[in-house]
Design a protein around this ligand. Sequence first.
Ligand code: FAQ
Length: 331
Amino acid sequence: MTTAAPESVETMDTSALEAAFDAAVAADERIEPRDWMPDAYRATLVRQMAQHAHSEIIGMQPEANWITRAPSLRRKAILMAKVQDEAGHGLYLYSAAETLGTSRDELLDKLHSGRQKYSSIFNYPTLTWADVGAIGWLVDGAAITNQVPLCRCSYGPYARAMVRVCKEESFHQRQGYELLLALSRGTEAQHAMAQDAVDRWWWPSLMMFGPPDDESAHSAQSMAWKIKRHSNDELRQRFVDICVPQAESLGLTLPDPALRWNEERGHHDFGPIDWDEFQQVLRGNGPCNDQRLDRRRKAHEDGAWVREAALAHAAKHSPEQGTTEHPEASA
Ligand code: FAQ
């Protein structure tokens, strides 16, 4: 952002700063951490980025459930790499949120105490191996549809983090599609397993895009600030249009009798989403909400010794201690 005007930022009054911020957003420039920004813009970004980061790390759990039971070494290696990628995405996002003055500790504390959300989708169970394919195809597919426009988000660190995340999510989506294709073309029982997984994951995937536009509290303001580039319903429609031909190629059906091409709209019509179920999951009443949070809290507690050791190591080798070199460097 170029707030560099004739006047320096220190001497500009709030209305001038606001005008410079608005002009930068209007000109599609990136807002950077040291730039002035409205408090509400900062709070909205922290809210969305924290929810996104929490989703990445909670999202490791449903798939990790199948690592030990992957049907081949190849599938196991792919799944382990994917789950590790999700941890990395969490890390980029917590780091990006830190540029707004919010520490990772603070955000994790809010997740663990239930004061911040994570995506509704990760409160559903992974009952069979085919669920790993359905998550890759549908959940990562929905995530990409939502996140590609975030690469053009007005906040620089978030936009840049999204570029790499989206590249990795594309690989995740492809591996899920390929896994489902193998099952769909397999035995009758394997085909049925793939179909059952798609039947269970389809509707929750559509809910990932958030409430309908007329009930979305934050969309209008987030779009005005160019944090979000498209509304929840626009992205949901885009996702449905992408999935229909892919389901046909997979030889699987999507569980919606109302799904059909609408020539006039140039889009697929689809049936009503069960928003009561969505609200229940958000309130903590989904099938796995308690399990996911308990597991996360335990993982955090179990990792306390790693954090303590890292801090002790950093303190021992801080410049104040005069031991900046690695102990083995002089050996
Ligand atoms: N789940 O006014 P809006 C992934 C909340 S990453 C839970 O429309 P907004 C990768 C919302 O926070 C998946 N809560 O909100 C992966 C707000 O509540 P609040 C995550 C939801 O922010 C794959 C309220 O409802 N991706 O899957 C949901 O403008 C496989 C009102 O909603 C992101 O987070 C929901 N589905 O739009 C990992 C992407 N939807 O805060 C592992 C970035 C809405 O007022 C394995 N986020 N809410 O208490 C976004 O694009 C937006 O935040 C939306 C929601 C589109 C999710």
